[in-house]
Design a protein around this ligand. Sequence first.
Ligand code: PRP
Length: 214
Amino acid sequence: MSEDRYLTFALGKGRLANQTLDLFEKIGITCEEIRDKNTRKLIFVNEELKLRFFLAKGPDVPTYVEYGAADIGIVGKDTILEEGRNIYEVFDLGFGKCRMCICGPESARDLLMHHEQIRVATKYPKIAKDYFYNKKHQTVEIIKLNGSIELAPIVGLSEVICDIVETGTTLRENGLTVLEEVCPLSARVVVNQVSMKMENERITKLIRDLKHIL
Ligand code: PRP
């Protein structure tokens, strides 16, 4: 495809975006403006390299990539699994490492073991459903929440939660523990299926450069 076409990156806002920008700088891809916390601009361009960047809410990144509004996205594996979009996951960046776990008070361990009909609070209903229904063959009631998931078992909304554990501090400080591990997570590079063919050379070079420095 023409070198004049911009290659567009969608980056999940927050910690992952900063680490991604650090990594890109190491392979010569820079975009200073995007780091300015005071800017209200939504799209950032590197004219020299014909690259465009934008920041989006994590769960929206796979959507932009599936529809081709972005050629490439950087997003957590948790979001990829939850959104279930038609995109290629091409590379594990190895940072943003954490785990999706079933957590709760120690007393909930028995309920899980005996396949009791329990309630599971989570920001990730699809991942939780897949884990309990398809892997464990256990019927549970899944309750969707939007944050501070650890509250649910403390105030009696659910017996357990399905949530991300990074350092384990949030669990520890709230008297909860990891009861089962669902899967490991980290930041991934995802690519639009058409872009993968049309922009194969540029995308392959990007992945090669990333592999080289990691
Ligand atoms: C995430 C996750 C846990 C916490 C885990 O929440 O949902 O609550 O981080 O981290 P830790 O193991 O290092 O304590 P996040 O900060 O994204 O906010 P949220 O509660 O609004 O989802």
